[in-house]
Write a protein that binds this ligand. Structure first.
Ligand code: PLP
Length: 405
């Protein structure tokens, strides 16, 4: 029989957050092992549940939400997104500019598919949330990774961005607040990125899904609020700020000067139509979430659970020999560095396997986030204080053994 091979479109597509190390962890769980999962930003499974009003809303609306909606989504939740953009200072957005999706993920893939021809280039951060690199590749594009500077708090290196712009560069992805580093970018830097985009006529893809998950009283500025002209597609949703990953409710907003982007917008509309619509109960929850009690603020406050867990993970990791970590200002992650002199890691996926096998702790290796060298990993600080402390003890013990090898 002729083998059935996967499409060559998938040749450069990779998503290690749900990759082979997770498969191994699942197998170990089936064998009866308890695994501490520091690998995925899935809040509800750690007891960080959605606001009750959202759950009630989904339950109440379910019987009446069995039909398809308009491809871009229902009017009322899109209107609430328009109001949200206004609050964030993004000019000129109308309901027509808002697309609802089954999470931001679906819209990210759509936005790139509608844009890219084979060989077109998109600037993507390194490290990145790997869906972006994967979606660029799947769309036939070429991801060109620009470095974020760990020494400067993981902010994008503007010179590196500049050096990677070519005639084929169509857009730049900015993930702010950032997954996997927890960085939050200063306004000056965002302005410089907007200026670069303006000069080189790049579309800006602003992934702002953590824009309310901010520690230490930090504020978030939307990239789209910094210009009226640069075409900007902003992504957000309920998954993180409202702890509703499973409801698959996200949105995308097109802003800036749209006069020259009619063809691209037609492409977006076509792809939105092809997938009919986002799930209707999830759409209906958006309005309730945006207009409701913002309980994320309690979790990120100095006495809040997320803030305490961030502090614990940061303090414990920083105290481990040869481990350095930038303290996250936002989001749910940190991206610690392992000094190669103490930890000569040749393959960081193997490192993740070994940590899993020896200590039953699941992390994701840094190269899974398109980081170029095997000397980082991503840790999710979502488990409660006891579980997190336990996991950190295990990581410490594992690193101790690793150094002595
Ligand atoms: N963007 C970033 C930076 C993320 O971290 C995630 C999920 O982890 C997503 C997008 C996807 O979110 P959604 O659940 O809305 O598809």
């Amino acid at each position: 029989m002729k083998p059935i091979a996967k499409s060559s479109k998938l040749a450069n597509v990779c998503y290690d957050i749900r990759g082979p190390v997770l498969d191994k962890a699942r197998q170990m769980e089936e064998e009866g092992h308890k695994i501490i999962k520091l690998n995925i930003g899935n809040l509800a499974v750690f007891g960080l549940e959605p606001p009750e009003e959202i759950v009630q809303d989904i339950i109440r609306n379910l019987p009446a939400a069995a039909g398809y909606t308009d491809s871009k989504g229902l009017f009322a939740p899109r209107k609430s997104v328009v109001h949200y953009t206004q609050e964030k200072g993004i000019a000129g957005v109308t309901v027509d500019d808002v697309y609802l999706g089954n999470g931001a993920s679906e819209l990210i893939v759509m936005a790139l598919n509608a844009l890219l021809d084979d060989g077109d280039e998109i600037l993507v951060p390194a490290p990145d949330y790997p869906l972006w690199t994967a979606a660029v590749s799947l769309s036939g594009g070429t991801p060109r990774h620009y470095l974020c500077d760990e020494g400067a708090g993981w902010v994008p290196d503007l010179d590196d961005i500049r050096s990677k712009i070519t005639e084929r560069t169509k857009g730049i992805v900015v993930i702010n607040p950032n997954n996997p580093t927890g960085a939050l970018y200063p306004d000056d830097l965002l302005r410089d990125i907007v200026e670069l985009a303006r000069q080189h006529q790049l579309i800006v893809f602003a992934d702002e899904i953590y824009d309310k998950t901010l520690f230490d009283g930090n504020r978030h500025t939307s990239l789209a609020a910094l210009s009226d002209d640069v075409l900007t597609v902003t992504f957000n949703g309920l998954s993180k700020n409202y702890r509703s990953c499973g409801y698959r409710a996200g949105w995308m907003v097109v802003s800036g000067d749209k006069r020259h982007a009619g063809d691209y917008i037609e492409g977006l509309n076509m792809l939105a139509s092809m997938r009919l619509c986002a799930n209707t109960p999830g759409q209906l929850a958006i309005q309730t979430a945006l207009g409701g009690y913002q309980s994320i603020n309690d979790l990120v406050a100095p006495t809040g659970r997320l803030c305490k867990q961030r502090d614990l993970a940061y303090e414990r990791l920083s105290a481990m020999p040869g481990v350095s970590v930038v303290k996250p200002k936002a989001a749910l992650y940190m991206f610690p560095r392992l000094d190669p002199k103490l930890y000569p890691i040749a393959d960081d996926q193997d490192f993740a396997y070994e940590l899993l096998a020896d200590e039953k702790v699941l992390i994701v290796q840094g190269t899974g986030f398109n980081w170029p060298t095997p000397d980082h990993f991503r840790l999710v600080f979502l488990p409660n204080m006891d579980d997190l402390d336990d996991a950190l003890n295990r990581i410490e013990r594992f690193l101790g053994h690793y150094r002595k090898r």
